[in-house]
Ligand binder design. Structure first.
Ligand code: GLA
Length: 657
């Protein structure tokens, strides 16, 4: 479906969130002229304009928006039209005060911010359906509208609600899942701490407590929360589809940065995957986290092109220290998203606001106006993206997959784990970074997905693994796949119940080992391994049962016992790593080579190398010039021809075809 947009645009989409309701008409007219100068061809409109579009219940005022859309259309700029439901107007909250969300501590959120309605509230859902229907009917035939942008970042900043409507909806959700209370009591391990339920109305949402709350209850509440927001989305989507069946519908995900939505369940429900990504400004190698987010977006899209819906031209305004981008960083960031499958480069936002909570956020048009380096960079980027039109629609191939499962993420980070240092993102990021530096392109996968396309599958933190997923991983190895698993994986099933027998119950067979005892390490403590590397966070007593030791712990509670093992099973191999190894790259290189993963060798480890279709993107994140011997061809960005080796200047980007 992305194709339908980029075909209509004739190339990659360029633009961003546009909030003309904050500006007088004269500025709006200037906006359109400047958008043309920058090469903008798509803007997201109306995302936070509910109070203007429906100033009183059922009274719709679309005239002002008609004028803006017509003006954009006349200038050849297409519209991604928002449904404004992420910020209900004050009249709504006043009429229905009980729709204001309640947080886990029991505090009811007030007006003045956004995301201020409970997703389970029938009144809220009805109001969102009303405005979505009115917009769909009014704009159904407008040629400028090429995409629907439902809501904004479902589940952020917080998805959960603990109000009375949520309690009722949670009970209904549980009834639909479990059917009867015996099944629920069993799934929740309700005999622990006398929690056996005799009536559905005894069940509550897992509010703040003075002790740990039943982990199965919390896990189901996390699933419920994701499902409730998804129901809000599909309600609007179906209304939009009924009026405009040929206009794709998206909602902007934060693929790697929103823990609260299970996006594997969401992705099939959108016509186009779109993503918002913001750098962690103070992290020096934040371009690696960017790559992870882009790869996860592409994976959610099933490998199809996706849309970068938001990122920033410079600083954001919500981190502790909001660093501006360094020279060239805007270009590198934007092109890295394109390299990894995005058919757009869109920003929050077009013009920097003068008021409101986000006035210190960067924009395509900064407070300094057009006489600024940032504006010149924005204009130049627009021109560069026109040169990249040939990559639109093409795909990125990956031979390595990293397992990513939101349910496991949620479960691992509940209360009372063996160590507070067991963090999902920490392990995923560590492995992803090593793979990035090894120039291995990565897809993300759900553990129960079809893995047959991959030579190597890495499971950095697969704490929760159901039976289906566990069998899937085992079958994958038996039929010739290579699997690498990190510690504290395969421990519990989907109800947070430990798999029977020794750890890791779900993976004993495929890994050819069991674990007798966990030995979490102290904060900052490390233990030496036999190959001179060091392990942190975790140590455990591994007992091989078919697996062979590759590296032993040389010190610490498990000295003399395996820290890394290898198990040849069927036609494949399964590796296990029992600690947070400081030197992951040699280990991964070995697994990559054993699996026969093809990747370029001998490149500097801060050169990003990604092939999309027949174009190789080379992004130099270092401060010295890099020469690579392959590929040869023409740089789409500046037309330079590289028949033998390609030179990439410090901080530079080439797109060689
Ligand atoms: C999010 C939101 C935008 C804006 C930006 C600021 O991604 O979707 O509305 O608040 O953050 O970075």
């Amino acid at each position: 479906m992305v194709d339908s947009i980029s075909t209509r645009l004739g190339g990659l989409a360029y633009g961003g969130d546009y909030n003309p309701e904050q500006w007088p008409r004269q500025v709006q007219e200037e906006d359109v002229a400047l958008m043309r100068a920058a090469g903008v061809n798509l803007v997201s409109l109306g995302v936070f304009a509910w109070a203007r579009l429906e100033p009183a219940p059922g009274r719709y005022e679309f005239g002002w928006l008609d004028e803006i859309i017509d003006r954009l259309h006349a200038a050849g700029i297409a519209v991604d039209l928002g449904t404004p439901t992420a910020a209900p107007p004050p009249w709504f909250s006043r009429a229905y005060p009980h729709t204001l969300p309640v947080n886990r501590e029991g505090v009811r959120i007030g007006v003045g911010g956004r995301q201020n309605a409970c997703p389970s509230s029938p009144e809220y859902r009805a109001a969102t359906a009303g405005i979505a229907r009115a917009l769909a009917e009014h704009y159904r035939d407008h040629p400028a509208v090429v995409l629907w942008h439902v809501h904004n970042e479902y589940g952020a900043p917080l998805g959960e609600c603990y109000c009375e409507a949520s309690v009722a909806a949670f009970r209904a959700w549980l009834r639909a899942i479990y059917g009867d209370l015996d099944a629920l009591n069993e799934a929740w391990g309700a005999d622990f701490w006398s929690q056996r339920y005799g009536d559905w109305d005894e069940i509550d949402v897992p509010r703040a407590n003075h002790t740990a709350v039943n982990p199965a209850q919390r896990l189901d509440f996390a699933r419920f929360t994701s499902d409730e927001h998804l129901a809000c989305f599909t309600l609007q989507r179906d209304i939009l589809r009924a009026s405009t069946p040929h206009t794709p519908v998206t909602t902007n995900f934060m693929t790697a940065n929103c823990k609260s939505m299970d996006l594997w369940r969401w992705a099939p429900e959108v016509d186009v995957v779109s993503n918002d990504h913001y750098l962690t400004a103070e992290r020096p190698d934040n371009h690696i986290e960017l790559a992870l987010s882009a790869d996860l977006s592409r994976s959610l899209a099933g490998g199809a092109p996706w849309l970068l819906m938001e990122h920033s031209t410079g600083a954001v305004n919500w981190q502790p220290r909001n660093l501006a981008k360094r020279p060239g960083e805007l270009r590198r960031n934007s092109l890295a998203h394109v390299a990894r499958g995005s058919d757009s480069v869109l920003f929050f936002q077009w013009r920097a606001s003068r008021y409101g909570a986000e006035k210190f956020h960067s924009a395509m048009l900064p407070q300094a106006g057009t006489d600024s380096q940032l504006w010149r960079d924005v204009v130049e980027l627009g021109a560069q993206l026109r040169e990249l039109a040939p990559v639109r629609g093409s795909r990125v191939a990956a031979e390595v997959a990293v397992v990513w499962d939101w349910e496991s993420f949620w479960a691992l980070e509940l209360e009372w784990r063996p160590s507070v240092d067991l963090r999902f993102r920490e392990r995923v990021d560590a492995y992803y970074e090593a793979l990035w530096r090894e120039h291995a392109t990565v897809d993300f996968v759900h553990p129960a997905a079809d893995l047959s396309a991959y030579r190597l599958v890495v499971a950095p933190s697969a704490y929760l693994l159901g039976e289906v997923a566990a069998k899937n991983l085992c079958r994958y190895v038996e039929s010739g796949g290579h699997l690498l698993v990190s510690y504290f994986s395969g421990i519990v099933d989907e109800h947070e119940t430990v798999h029977p027998g020794a750890y890791p119950g779900a993976l004993r067979e495929v890994l050819g080992l069991s674990i007798e005892e966990f030995h979490p390490l102290r904060e900052g403590e490390t233990v030496e391994l036999g190959d001179g590397s060091r392990g942190a966070v975790w140590s455990e007593r591994v007992r091989p049962a078919g697996a062979v030791p590759v590296v032993d712990f040389a010190a610490g509670p498990d000295a003399g016992h395996p820290a890394v093992t290898r198990h040849d099973l069927g036609r494949g191999t399964a590796w296990y790593v029992a600690t947070a190894v400081d030197r992951l790259r040699p280990l991964l290189a070995r697994a990559l080579d054993t699996a026969g993963v093809r990747r370029p060798h001998g490149l500097p480890d801060d050169l990003e190398y990604v092939r999309r279709g027949d174009v190789v993107f080379l992004i130099n994140h270092g401060d010295t010039e890099v020469v690579v011997s392959e590929p040869s061809g023409t740089d789409l960005l500046d037309g330079s021809v590289w028949p033998g080796a390609v030179t990439i200047p410090p901080g530079g980007v080439r797109a060689i075809r």
